[in-house]
Ligand binder design. Structure first.
Ligand SMILES: Cc1ncc(COP(=O)(O)O)c(C=O)c1O
Length: 480
């Protein structure tokens, strides 16, 4: 990460968390430079970026101030907790995902990283080796909880990060999604209340819909994440059985909770005896050099079900994930046995082969570097080609960029117009059962920028401008 980006990120965090309030004067360039050890030019560049994104304004001879009329980000304008008795999102999500399934599409709406960033040849070699050497006992050896060697490798990887997880509590699943669904099933029954972030990964909402669960959507800030006061209110007012949350590189917003907040979240869950389903599929995609930790690291009582997979970091199509299920590991195995029976044995063996023979760490380092580079390039192009009035949030790690259009613009209209031009986006409506994010969209920044993708960003800019002109009266009405 460039040094100025780090400062931009820190200052945004401070503004969002109220350290600097609307109208406050930021430290002078000289002071900031002395304090941070950055050069004056780097600090100036960071302030200019914040200005271009609407966070600060510069005033002749008096330096930079936090934009006086800076509105709280949208989530703060919303109710702390929104209740939804019947989640109904799957048809819309299905429609959007289907529309994006076209090989000619510029796939900014895609959920997975560019597959060309994966070590395909090495993984394929491991698959062939596993197929050639498949032991006769492979079916039995790989029944729940899953391949023992694979579980041990995973436990060791966590241990090197300082997270204590035993191979016995890990259950291998078909992608993170099976892990998440089993976790939800193990601690709820139809009609129970479950907390989700607002906005959240649409897969969480689909699971609630499928299992007949009720949603408590808790206010979540673009930069600082879930509002813990609001979460506590939800716990006080409802008999909440589980929370489905992401603490690292959240989808769709991209934030990572601070370590202190992760600890407070864990304490709060324990105080109210609520299970945590921690979705950590982007946990390996941190900014190189700044590893992130799951909430699970603070869990002393086996209450956190930490779910992840190789889908975003190594290979998407193999569908291998896992859950470190803590005290619910045995129940989870029983549930898997009577739903999907087991995870494919050859695929488990192929990944075991890859992880024991190849250098996964080297691959991850390269992947993180590429994703960071591409996200930075895409952010620059979006800043250049999207009309003013659009707010772009790109955070450390992961590969999503969150875009807020002016209130009153429906991103589903943008989606339909863009699809006609073979460009997909993920409209905000996919990520919430409330209407709060209808003017937002999530963009995938993992793909290489070439003439086609740059043109697609320009086209997207035109589409948004046209929508803004067509909805001028609504925009004016909502902004007063
Ligand atoms: C936040 C989040 N969780 C879970 C998943 C599903 O992961 P997997 O493909 O491993 O099932 C996705 C995929 O898009 C995701 O974005």
């Amino acid at each position: 990460m460039a040094k100025y980006e780090d400062l931009v990120y820190q200052l945004k965090r401070q503004i969002k968390s109220g350290v600097w309030r609307a109208g406050d004067k930021l430290p002078s360039l000289r002071k900031q430079s002395a304090h941070s050890g950055l050069s004056l030019m780097t600090v100036l560049h960071a302030y200019q970026v914040l200005e271009s994104q609407g966070y600060v304004v510069s005033q002749a001879r008096s330096g930079y101030r936090v934009t006086p009329e800076l509105k709280e980000t949208e989530p703060h304008l919303h109710a702390a907790v929104s209740l939804t008795e019947k989640v109904d999102i799957n048809d819309f999500v299905f429609e959007v995902l289907q529309a994006g399934r076209n090989p000619y599409m510029v796939n900014f709406g895609f959920a997975y990283p560019d597959p060309s960033l994966y070590p395909r040849q090495q993984v394929n070699r491991s698959l062939m080796s596993a197929a050639r050497n498949l032991p006769i006992s492979s079916t039995f050896d790989n029944l729940p909880p899953g391949n023992e060697e694979l579980r041990t490798i995973l436990a060791k990887r966590y241990a090197t990060k300082g997270v204590n997880i035993s191979p016995e509590e890990i259950v291998i699943t078909a992608g993170a999604l099976e892990a998440l669904n089993l976790s939800l099933q193990v601690c709820t029954k139809p009609g129970d209340w479950v907390v989700v972030e607002s906005p959240t990964f649409y897969g969480a909402l689909q699971s609630l819909e499928r299992l007949g669960l009720k949603a408590l959507s808790v206010r979540t800030d673009t930069i600082t994440g879930i509002d813990l006061d609001a979460l506590e209110k939800a716990f006080q007012s409802h008999d909440v059985k589980a929370c489905w949350l992401m603490s690292n590189h959240q989808n769709p917003l991209g934030f990572t909770l601070t370590l202190e907040k992760k600890q407070s979240l864990n304490d709060l869950l324990n105080r109210y005896n609520v299970a945590l389903i921690e979705d950590d599929v982007y946990g390996e995609l941190y900014q190189e050099g700044t590893p992130v930790m799951p909430v699970k690291q603070f869990d002393q009582i086996g209450n956190v079900m930490l779910c992840s997979s190789f889908s975003k970091s190594l290979v998407s199509g193999f569908r291998i994930g896992w859950v470190a299920a803590g005290k619910r590991a045995l129940e989870m195995q029983k549930l898997q046995l009577m739903s999907t029976l087991a995870t494919s044995a050859p695929i488990q063996l192929a990944l075991t082969d890859y992880l024991s023979k190849c250098n996964y760490e080297t691959h991850l380092k390269q992947l993180r570097k590429k994703l960071h580079e591409r996200k930075g390039q895409m952010e620059c192009l979006l800043t250049k080609y999207l009309p003013s009035g659009v707010n772009i949030t790109s955070q450390l790690g992961g590969y999503f960029i969150w875009v807020e259009l002016p209130l009153g613009i429906d991103a589903v209209d943008v989606f339909h117009a863009a699809i006609k031009q073979n460009i997909s986006i993920a409209p905000g409506k996919m990520f919430s059962v409330t209407e709060h994010y209808n003017h937002c969209m999530r963009l995938n920044a993992s793909f290489a920028l070439n003439d086609k993708t740059v043109q697609a960003i320009m086209t997207l800019g035109q589409i948004i401008s046209e929508c803004m002109v067509a909805n001028e009266s609504t925009i004016l009405a909502t902004s007063v």
